[in-house]
Design a protein around this ligand. Structure first.
Ligand code: HPA
Ligand code: ZN
Length: 324
């Protein structure tokens, strides 16, 4: 089954490219950029990745990404991920990045945009992969800062496939970003948002109502609200679920407790994704295999999940036809 899952053409819709930074590359970039890390060895980094919740992960995620300073760093980061994803049978990747986490360190917008774009073009040429770019806003920072970033990103509007919303969820409800997402809508930029990861089902409804999003990132809290489940089933608005992430951040206790089977049972359009593969113990293939080990799904279920992602990906119709 693992061989079959590797060969299944998979589509990744929820990936923070900064969360694909493996400890080995973190050390190499720290040396290249003369940045001190608070870790003595790669083993020490790995030992530190023992998270109690989302915030405990975010602290190390923002710490690790300090080694990313130049366009070449972002290129190397994304290329390393594309190589691994290609080996795992991933045929389309939508990478999100957090410009505010870089601007705050003096890394101007052009650096991630140009480095990531160059890697995306190279992955398309070398691996025949398709790719898309999502610019995410940090919800634990002021909405006015997100608005400034959106305006500053105007030279790249053509290459932004969507804007997103991530970081610490509880206490930072979607409505805080109503004006920013309204501006993105006016610019014709599609919108996605993390909702219902650690936050309540009400944040999912609010993100749909106020931010007019076309996809929900995570959304595992939807089962708390029957009316919302009904709405998600009827609208077929997709959820980008990240099972290994949910286990590592203690959103669920173990894989077998994960609500994915219940979500499928209720007819919600779910997809499988890796979120931050360097921090959560695996990429796309590991997430698929973990679901097989926990739920024993047959090939039909995995084909449906991969097919759901193809249906809702930011890709051309010609590319979609190639993949179905
Ligand atoms: N949740 C919220 N914000 C994030 C995550 C996540 O899993 N990964 C990177 N930023
Ligand atoms: Zn995420």
């Amino acid at each position: 089954m693992k061989t079959w899952l590797r060969e299944l053409p998979k589509v990744e819709l929820h990936l923070h490219i900064e969360g694909s930074l493996e400890p080995e590359l973190m050390f190499a970039l720290a040396a290249r950029n003369h940045i001190e890390l608070p870790y003595a060895s790669i083993e020490e980094v790995k030992a530190a990745y023992d998270f109690s919740d989302l915030q405990s992960f975010l602290d190390l995620y923002y710490l690790g990404m300090r080694v990313l300073r130049t366009e070449q760093d972002f290129f190397d980061l994304a290329m390393a991920y594309f190589e691994r994803a290609h080996e795992e049978g991933v045929v389309h990747v939508e990478l999100s990045f957090d410009p505010q986490a870089h601007l705050g360190r003096g890394v101007e917008l052009a650096i991630p945009f140009e480095g990531l774009r160059r890697a995306m073009r190279e992955a398309e040429q070398r691996f025949g992969m398709s790719t898309a770019l999502i610019m995410s806003f940090l919800r634990d920072r002021d909405a006015s800062e997100a608005m400034t970033v959106l305006e500053k990103a105007s030279p790249w509007y053509e290459v932004i496939d969507a804007v997103g919303l991530d970081s610490a969820e509880v206490g930072n409800p979607p409505a805080k970003f109503a004006a920013v997402f309204e501006r993105a809508r006016a610019l014709g930029i599609p919108r996605v948002a993390h909702a219902g990861e650690e936050g309540p089902a009400a944040y999912i409804s609010e993100a749909l109502d106020v931010l007019d999003i076309c996809r929900v990132d995570h959304g595992v809290a939807c089962l708390q609200d029957e009316a919302l489940v009904e709405r998600l089933r009827n609208s077929q608005i997709p959820l980008t679920v990240c099972p290994l992430s949910n286990v590592r951040l203690k959103v669920v206790e173990t894989m077998v407790d994960h609500p994915l089977p219940a979500m499928l049972e209720k007819g919600v359009k779910v997809t499988l994704n890796s979120d931050d593969p360097a921090y959560f113990g695996g990429g796309m293939l590991d997430n698929y295999v973990a679901c097989f080990d926990a739920f024993g799904w047959d090939q039909r279920v995995f084909k449906q999940l991969a097919g759901n992602a193809i249906d809702v990906a930011f890709m051309s119709d010609a590319r979609r036809r190639e993949l179905v």
